[in-house]
Design a protein. Structure first.
Length: 310
């Protein structure tokens, strides 16, 4: 089955492209949106990168991404009036479904874990499992609500537009991490830190490594992107080279980076999406609530790495 994993993953990307394409077309037809043409261009270009990314030359994809970024930077992406249903319809649905409304979300997580653990899809198991689980969760939600197909399309479009360009940050930040690594940023960081951190001090190395992971995550918004750069620049020469257990060091470096995730708006999928989906009045309310816990957890990660890795 590992041979068909990449094909199924590509089919998942095509489905995402179709969803984004629907959003683009609906944005174009939404006359209440003052910037419907630029909004439609944003979603349609993004749809092309997902649906045809496997066959497009890399430079074409790069140009499309630059165009997408320019449209977002120019504030050309707006929502207009979205179909949210009437208050009476929402209240009736809430009374009928009650707590069962959470079943599709829980099923998505459970199915994704089962597929990634049990299905032999090789290297793509993790990503593919989320795609398959999303389709399954949609089927469960559809069966529960018995909603017409048009409602499913309209509400899917509403969700995409409410999240907006913020939802694309995780993909872009992951690409940014690859670019940083290829550009040799890790070596630059290592050379810069060499004159500050004592080379024979495990504690200083651990502190520098954890601080670097948290700060770089705050800057780029992605712990995985930070891990490749900071591990090459600080983790290996200043922690692992002194005898630190690579398994313990790597695991706790990621959790130290996650402390940075809790306090940065760049981590859109954690800190910005809830604000958009819950329609919170305070844009940084999630970050303010998480900051004290992040500080405590960070100190704990430093201590654990120092005492467990050596």
């Amino acid at each position: 089955m590992s041979d068909i994993g990449p094909q199924l993953l590509e089919a998942t990307f095509v489905l995402v492209g179709v969803l984004l394409g629907i959003t683009g077309v609906r944005s174009l037809l939404n006359k209440s949106n003052p910037r419907r043409f630029t909004t439609a261009a944003f979603w349609l270009l993004l749809a092309i990168t997902f649906a045809f990314g496997a066959v497009l030359p890399y430079w074409v994809t790069g140009v499309l991404i630059l165009a997408i970024g320019a449209l977002s930077l120019a504030r050309g992406v707006k929502t207009g009036k979205l179909d949210e249903g009437t208050p009476e319809e929402r209240a009736a649905g809430a009374r009928r479904l009650r707590s069962w409304i959470f079943l599709p979300a829980l099923a998505l997580a459970g199915i994704a874990v089962l597929i990634s653990t049990l299905a032999p899809f090789g290297e793509v198991s993790g990503t593919l499992s989320i795609g398959v689980a999303s389709v399954a969760a949609l089927g469960i939600a559809w069966a529960m609500t018995r909603a017409p197909a048009g409602v499913v399309v309209a509400q899917g479009d509403r969700m995409v537009q409410q999240v907006g360009p913020i939802g694309m940050l995780p993909q872009f930040l992951a690409m940014l991490g690859v670019v940083f690594t290829s550009a040799g940023v890790g070596e630059v960081v290592s050379n810069g830190i060499a004159g500050i951190v004592p080379e024979d001090s495990p504690l200083a190395g651990v502190i520098a490594y954890c601080v670097g992971m948290a700060l770089f995550t705050i800057i780029v918004g992605n712990t995985f992107a930070a891990f490749t750069v900071i591990t090459a620049g600080i983790g290996i020469p200043f922690v692992i080279a002194l005898g630190g257990d690579p398994v313990v060091v790597g695991a706790l470096a990621m959790t130290a980076g996650f402390c940075g995730t809790l306090v940065t708006p760049m981590a859109a999928n954690f800190n910005a999406l809830p604000v958009a989906l819950l329609e919170m009045k305070k844009p940084y309310g999630v970050i303010k609530a998480q900051a004290p816990l992040a500080a405590v957890l960070f100190v704990i990660q430093v201590a654990l790495m120092y005492f467990w890795a050596f």
